[in-house]
Unconditional design. Structure first.
Length: 105
């Protein structure tokens, strides 16, 4: 997608290559991620969460649409989980070219 901020493009690329370090580096040190009813606080916790998700589900992400105004990405995810593929909504807060918060619904 052409209108994605660089940090989200980097996140999608990291996801596609199952690179938990590159994924975590898209986030600030104090960032939070909310996914599947759990909150992950800080870059180290985010790295651990995404590494486990890669190992368990082999999730890949394909952006479908992005709202620059609301910083919301709709993406199709597929992997080794029931119901694959699914379309999920990623609600971002981006500060200084880093993700400060991400809520996946």
């Amino acid at each position: 997608m052409k209108n994605l901020p660089k940090v989200i493009t980097d996140l999608v690329h990291a996801q596609g290559h199952f690179n938990s370090d590159a994924y975590a580096n898209c986030f600030s040190e104090t960032a939070t991620v909310f996914d599947e009813g759990k909150t992950h606080n800080g870059k180290a916790a985010i790295r651990s969460w995404i590494k486990k998700a890669y190992e368990t589900y082999q999730v890949t992400m394909k952006p479908i649409e992005y709202s620059e105004i609301n910083q919301i990405l709709k993406a199709e995810i597929s992997g080794n989980f029931p119901g694959s593929p699914l379309v999920l909504t990623y609600e971002f807060e981006i500060v200084n070219q880093q993700i400060q918060s991400l809520k996946i619904v």
